[in-house]
Design a protein around this ligand. Structure first.
Ligand SMILES: Nc1ncnc2c1ncn2[C@@H]1O[C@H](COP(=O)(O)OP(=O)(O)OP(=O)(O)O)[C@@H](O)[C@H]1O
Length: 372
């Protein structure tokens, strides 16, 4: 049985932490994400000493939640803010996906302090950087990014994809790269290639079973390395798959790189749209142009009877785009093949059929508009 976000919070509020209080009342939880398949969150300790003291609390949370739900995978990450100085991030982390068993991460140390730079800089050889964002997790941002990348590559564009979703890097799985590691000569990283797309993921740089959460300067340094120490080659467009929400990664990316624009993905429900508006506000504040909105998981057509249903509503994102005076870039149907293809490592956009066509239309629109 899958349990709700409210039930997760209720259970976590029962877990006492050293010194009194509980995980919820002491405001130690970050980035809680609950969907039918996953319960994921970060426990953020004020420092590394407290993080170590909280290890039994993390274990209890893992145990309690796993006992409550048979269906959802429970992924907990413990982190403490980076120290003001020092080369390595203070990570006290476990769990995570996309990291192949047994494989060693490349020798290049990722997660150092950023090197000073005057302002957002271009990435050598990369003509455009597009940030793919969403206010809310689980709306299909990573799915859209991988499929859009493949659709653009099929139209002859030279495409790169940077998976910067540090809370759950899923691109290695979605693009069929699980088990592969990029190599590095200690200075530069050789990216991977899948379905015509040049790919790099923060997830590929981590040790097995580790989900690293950087904050502030460490995160900025890691992103800077992903942008400048990866041999991207000549690209027409680099798509950056952001974590959900409005956090440090978004901020770091827009401060460090000349981002041409952001595309916001949302499902049509009001709750998702409220979060999408927050993401749009954030990009406005960061002076990154929002190029448009995409509605995901729109119309569902029953494969058996052809009946058309709108499980999450329909048209909400187009209406919101019109209200905000932003382009509506297109809609992607809710379709089982999208998930299955993503799980199997060959995005649906690599094949034929109505969903592949929907991604192809989106890609055409971006190319025609000079955005990709
Ligand atoms: N159009 C669609 N039809 C069917 N399933 C979809 C569709 N879009 C996404 N999904 C599925 O929904 C789930 C969440 O998608 P995805 O991981 O892309 O979301 P996300 O917004 O990137 O989430 P997060 O930011 O939390 O990683 C995945 O299992 C994916 O296969």
């Amino acid at each position: 049985m899958a349990i709700s976000r409210e039930r997760v919070l209720e259970e976590l509020a029962r877990i006492a932490v050293p010194g009194g209080g509980n995980l919820v009342s002491d405001d130690l939880l970050r980035a809680l994400h609950v969907d039918a398949e996953t319960i994921r969150f970060v426990i953020e300790a004020p420092d590394a000493v407290v993080a170590r003291a909280l290890a039994p609390v993390e274990a209890e949370a893992q145990h309690r939640l796993s006992a409550l739900t048979g269906d959802q995978k429970v992924q907990i990450v413990m982190t403490a803010p980076a120290a003001p100085r020092g080369p390595a991030p203070q990570v006290v982390a476990r769990s995570g996906e996309g990291v192949p068993a047994g494989a060693e991460p490349p020798s290049l140390k990722i997660g150092r302090h950023p090197t000073p730079q005057a302002g957002p800089a271009p990435v050598s050889g990369v003509a455009r950087i597009l940030a793919i964002g969403s206010g809310k997790g689980g709306v299909g941002k990573s799915t859209l990014t991988s499929n859009l990348a493949v659709a653009l590559a099929r139209q002859g564009r030279r495409v790169g994809l940077l998976d910067a979703d540090i809370y759950g890097p899923s691109q290695p799985r979605m693009l069929g790269l699980t088990g592969q590691r990029p190599v590095s000569d200690g200075q530069m990283i050789e990216p991977l290639h899948a379905h015509g797309v040049t790919v790099m993921s923060l997830g590929l740089m981590m040790k097995e079973g580790e989900a690293v959460v950087w904050r502030g300067p460490m995160l900025m340094g890691a992103l800077q390395q992903m942008l400048n120490q990866v041999k991207w080659g000549e690209l027409d467009v680099l798509l950056v798959d952001l974590p959900p929400g409005t956090g440090d990664v978004q901020l770091s990316l827009c401060q460090k790189a000349q981002v041409s624009g952001a595309i916001i993905v949302s499902t049509p429900q009001d709750v998702a749209l409220i979060d999408a508006r927050r993401a749009i506000d954030m990009f406005d504040k960061l002076k990154t142009p929002v190029l448009g909105l995409v509605e995901n998981m729109t119309t569902y057509i029953c494969p058996n009877c052809g009946h058309e249903a709108h499980l999450f509503g329909h048209g909400g994102v187009a209406a919101e785009a019109a209200k905000l005076g932003l382009p509506f870039l297109g809609e992607i149907p809710l379709n089982l093949d999208v998930r299955l293809a993503g799980d199997e490592g060959t995005p649906v956009a690599a094949g034929d059929g109505p969903v592949a066509q929907a991604f192809a239309r989106l890609a055409e629109r971006l190319v025609a508009g000079g955005m990709a």
